[in-house]
Design a protein around this ligand. Structure first.
Ligand code: SAM
Ligand code: SF4
Length: 332
């Protein structure tokens, strides 16, 4: 039996080849747009997919045409045993790309493990370049730790290193130019993510569109030239300043839908497959898995999730609604 036997195509003719796995709902930060200060109610250990279950799911997903997996959280690097799990996952036949989204707090100590597992593409969420503002946004004083991890990753040859920034009006919009300068001086991909009305209620008034961010950048640093899309590109539109060492990316889920190119499914830490981050549907995978079902039955669950993918999310336009799931349980 070959590793890949199927291709997943949804009802709108989109090929689904990308799975994002949330390893845990737990996190060592409390970002103001993601979690309340006291944290969210935690899943029980027994409700979280075990590593052997995740590996089985990943093998089935590969058979169905998934060739890219991203690990996320909560904070993926806080999960016990992750240092053994990641190399096992990354060594599965049929995966072209395994990557990680992390808040960077534990990055430095995991770089050697990631590198030897062959993972070179990492995304680090970094909403401020100033210690005090970082502490205000994440509620923890870890800026230096995160920055040290990013610099060490750069020095060890990780590439690309993508820095994800959620710009919020009145909170870190005064740092847009500092981030722009960073993309000129350093080989980082600086990506601005529009704040999404998901989970917490408090982030709605902070929304600032990427068009506004782009104008600030262009007014200060000159024109942005488009970078041609690569095979591992997601929804970011990519640009470069003339002479810049890094890149600027915009992920504009709210102001510009990229749903027509959506190629992904998400797996939550407690084993739900989500057809769409920004809609409320989900399909239970853990239940059948723990009832001892066959691979064929799990394939049916995947197909159900793919068939349930909506044409587009509901966060745009007049009928905008708020998605009630928690970002920390889904992984962004
Ligand atoms: N803890 C890891 C991290 O922060 O990178 C991984 C999980 S986190 C939920 C994944 C991404 O979702 C982060 O880049 C974070 O900035 C983003 N995120 C969380 N809540 C968001 C929101 N309401 N709007 C936009 N992005 C959000
Ligand atoms: Fe934790 Fe990431 Fe959410 Fe921040 S965005 S609280 S780092 S899960």
């Amino acid at each position: 039996m070959s590793d890949r036997e199927m291709v997943l195509i949804d009802r709108y003719n989109r090929r689904i080849n990308y799975l994002r796995i949330s390893l845990t709902d737990r996190c060592n930060l409390r970002c103001i747009y993601c979690m309340p200060p006291e944290g969210e109610r935690k899943l029980r250990h027994k409700d979280i997919l075990r590593y052997e279950e995740l590996l089985r799911i990943a093998r089935i997903a590969i058979k169905m045409g998934i060739n890219k997996i991203r690990l996320t959280g909560g904070e993926p690097l806080v999960r016990k045993g992750v240092g053994e799990f990641i190399p096992m996952l990354a060594s599965l036949d049929g995966l072209d790309d395994v990557s990680l989204t992390t808040n960077g707090v534990l990055l430095r100590d995991n770089l050697a493990m990631l590198k030897s597992a062959g993972i070179t593409r990492i995304n680090v969420s970094l909403d401020s370049l100033k210690g005090l503002n970082f502490k205000y946004i994440t509620r923890f004083d870890y800026f230096n730790k995160v920055w040290e991890g990013i610099e060490k990753a750069r020095d060890m040859g990780f590439s690309p290193i993508k820095l994800n920034i959620v710009i919020m009006r009145g909170i870190n919009d005064n740092e847009v130019l500092d981030f722009g300068r960073l993309a000129i001086e350093q080989p980082f991909h600086v990506r601005f993510i529009e704040c999404m009305p998901i989970g917490l209620q408090s982030n709605a008034s902070a929304f600032i569109s990427n068009a506004e961010v782009e104008k600030l950048l262009v007014d200060r640093f000159g024109p942005l030239a488009a970078v041609s899309p690569g095979k591992n590109d997601g929804p970011a539109t990519r640009f470069r300043f003339e002479g810049g060492r890094g890149e600027i990316g915009f992920i504009s889920a709210i102001s510009h839908s990229f749903c027509h190119t959506c190629n992904r499914l998400r797996l939550t830490a407690d084993g739900k497959l989500l057809p769409c981050l920004l809609s409320d549907g989900e399909v239970d995978l853990k239940g059948p898995l723990r009832r001892g079902c066959l691979d064929e039955d799990l394939i049916e669950v995947f197909l159900e999730a793919v068939n349930a993918k909506p044409q587009h999310h509901l966060l745009q336009g007049e009928n905008q609604h708020r998605v009630h799931r928690k970002m920390c349980a889904v992984g962004g």
